[in-house]
Design a protein around this ligand. Structure first.
Ligand SMILES: O=P(O)(O)O[C@H]1[C@H](O)[C@@H](OP(=O)(O)O)[C@H](OP(=O)(O)O)[C@@H](OP(=O)(O)O)[C@H]1O
Ligand SMILES: Nc1ncnc2c1ncn2[C@@H]1O[C@H](COP(=O)(O)OP(=O)(O)O)[C@@H](O)[C@H]1O
Length: 457
């Protein structure tokens, strides 16, 4: 069920959004509409709070900030008061175990005590992005552009926007100027974006606009892929047969650090998942957890898995940990596209283009691509696109080494199964297309036969 959070001010719902993401505004409307109590509180808040000026912290009542109706169990993770406080003062940080390399790129070694519970940190749908430019601030004195001389941010009255984040860690993204977002800096990801500038994959990755810094914190400035869609439907598919780096495996073997948060996540899905030993220590290591996730989902069997879906009606789901069989995956895709065969065909065309580009890409040849996703986005206008996102754990191979991306992984060969997964994904969508086509033609046949009956009466 959606968790509750305290509203800080009427601005959270009431600010005017003319820029960064029109769709988000509409979504927020749709979502807010679904809760009578929420609407009443918005009105109350609007009366209490001034239309401009600093946000007012309302201690009570606790209400859902965004109302999402998840199918099959709670999926929406919403900002809590503590999250706001941490995010606003800039202290919301990812904590890493020493068996973890963050997809934000850090390989920092920290003690187990430093770990955040994943329930607290993992994004599961609609999140609220903080805008880093304070309203009324006319100049951005704190911005220091590291790489590109281009001032990207204008003053905005928007402080926070609701946005779709189907995977990754909450707090990793911030709002930026129209059509763009900021992602927490990762050296690894930054290097990938730099190398992708001259690569065949460039048309399929989010536009990259350099690195920006505020208060000692750096961000990657990139295009918001949702920006050109009207009430977008979004799906995140994590690619590959392996979702952890080989070095994470080595580290966990050398110095195993059982993590309680991962143990809890495992038990939540399958109480018999942990071994008796893991039960007794109430902890599992990161690679063990990741391997278990891969075997429960379609990662091992198909080379990709569905991480999350958000539909235009505001519903969102991230409960796909046990979506494993091709049949189940097809069903999820069918639901995602609402049986629209044209959308499926557009997606298939896009995937084929990506497949071609991957085969010629120098970048792809020379990188182990781990934890990267394909982001599917379509809307009611028929616009359907696929992008390659998340290069936090995409790692350059030693000079001279290349990968084929379609042979089985064995420790040491660094293969990721990306192309094999993509091939399976294409086949899966082809099945969706023929199933949808068959349904359409059978309903047309039915209609025709009804017409014939009507005529003959
Ligand atoms: O999906 P669930 O089951 O919640 O597991 C998560 C995802 O695999 C995260 O990957 P992603 O960010 O791609 O969603 C991963 O972060 P990394 O990418 O840093 O490996 C988390 O590792 P920890 O952050 O170490 O818990 C792991 O706990
Ligand atoms: N450029 C983008 N435009 C729109 N949505 C994005 C973009 N990048 C990421 N997202 C959203 O954020 C989610 C997490 O992104 P990701 O890069 O995988 O983060 P992390 O590195 O924290 O795992 C994706 O599932 C998607 O919903």
């Amino acid at each position: 069920m959606p968790k509750e959070c305290r509203r800080k001010s009427s601005k959270d719902f009431g600010f005017s959004v003319t820029g960064i993401n029109e769709a988000s505004r509409l979504e927020r409307r749709v979502a807010a509409k679904s809760s009578q109590i929420c609407d009443e509180l918005i009105e109350t808040a609007a009366q209490i709070a001034p239309s401009s000026g600093p946000p007012i912290v309302m201690d009570a009542p606790r209400v859902p900030q965004v109302t999402i109706t998840p199918e099959g169990g709670g999926c929406s993770r919403e900002m809590q008061q503590e999250d706001w406080d941490r995010a606003v003062d800039g202290t919301l940080r990812r904590k890493l175990s020493n068996s973890s390399i963050s997809s934000t790129g850090s390989s920092a070694v920290e003690s187990e005590d430093d770990l955040l519970s994943d329930n607290e940190s993992k994004s599961k749908g609609i999140v609220t992005l903080e805008h880093l430019v304070d309203p009324g601030e006319s100049k951005p004195p704190w911005w220091k552009l590291k790489t590109f001389v281009h001032w990207p941010f204008s003053v905005s009255q928007r402080k926070r926007i609701n946005w779709v984040q189907l995977a990754g860690h909450k707090g990793n993204f911030k709002a930026a100027d129209e059509g763009t977002i900021l992602k927490k800096f990762s050296e690894n990801e930054m290097q990938c974006f730099e190398k992708l500038r001259n690569d065949a994959l460039l048309p399929f990755v989010p536009g990259y606009h350099g690195v920006v810094e505020k208060d000692g914190e750096s961000f990657l400035h990139m295009t918001d892929l949702l920006a050109n869609f009207d009430l977008p439907n979004v799906m995140d598919c994590k690619m590959g047969v392996r979702t952890y780096l080989e070095e994470e495996l080595v580290r966990a073997r050398e110095r195993p650090k059982p993590r309680e948060d991962l143990y809890n996540k495992m038990v939540e899905v399958d109480s018999e998942g942990p071994t008796p030993h893991e039960h007794s220590q109430r902890g599992v290591t990161k690679p063990r957890y990741m391997q278990w996730r891969e075997s429960m989902s379609s990662t091992n069997t198909l080379g990709f898995r569905i991480e999350g879906i958000k539909k235009s009606d505001g519903t969102c789901r991230t409960d796909f940990k046990k979506t494993r069989s091709k049949r189940d995956v097809i069903q999820v895709f069918k639901d995602f596209v609402g049986g629209n065969v044209n959308i499926v065909k557009s997606y298939l065309n896009k995937l084929t283009e990506i497949q071609q580009a991957l085969k010629t890409s120098e970048f792809f040849k020379r990188h182990e691509v781990i934890g990267s996703s394909l982001l599917f986005i379509h809307d009611h206008t028929g616009n359907a696109q696929v992008w390659i996102i998340d290069f936090g754990k995409t790692t350059a191979l030693p000079e001279g080494q290349t990968l084929s991306h379609d042979i089985p992984w064995q420790e040491g060969n660094r293969e990721d199964g990306y192309l094999w997964g993509l091939e399976n994904l294409i086949h899966t969508l082809e099945s969706v297309s023929s199933a949808a086509g068959a349904e359409t033609s059978s309903s047309v046949t039915k209609e025709n036969s009804q017409n014939t009956e009507t005529h003959s009466q």
